[in-house]
Design a protein around this ligand. Sequence first.
Ligand code: IMP
Ligand code: MG
Length: 176
Amino acid sequence: MKDSFELMISEEEIFDKIGEVASAIDRDYEGKSLTVISVLTGAFIFTADLVRRLNVPVDVIDTMQVSSYVGMNSTGELKIRKDLSTDIKGKDVLIVEDIIDTGRTLKLLRDELWSREPRSVRICTAFDKPSRRVVDITPDYNCFTIPDKFIVGYGLDYDGKYRQFKDVRIVRTDNE
Ligand code: IMP
Ligand code: MG
């Protein structure tokens, strides 16, 4: 069994788009500071790139791990596997996500975070697959809207692999 790949988004395209998204965030949060919540594991590379392009002060970068996805198909099962280590009460929270697919993971997370009484919660995602949505959730910031393809790289994995690719590729698994 061997995986093959097709390039979807280049490193340069990602770099340029993050600059645009960071500028939008800077404008929207002028005079404020941010609590960034990176959704592990997939968002770790995007979070690192994004925060380094922001001018708005980032007071806290915390992480959370929420699972609702196995292999190539969403099971719809949601579980908080690693919680925050900081209190977000009264904070302006920016959730940084790798990809929004069905939206189940993020909806769970957003509802959970709202229950902790932050001042605001917004969502920034690297990739959005709106055609796959089963719950009503829209990112406030999105780098790339993509078709219904399974992608890897830039933090995104297939069974734990390929997160290290600097670009984004469509993965195909051939069974011979
Ligand atoms: P959702 O709850 O269906 O929105 O699932 C979102 C999660 O599924 C993401 O955070 C990813 O971990 C994973 N996921 C969804 N689509 C892809 C993909 O194309 N490649 C890799 N992981 C994906
Ligand atoms: Mg994720």
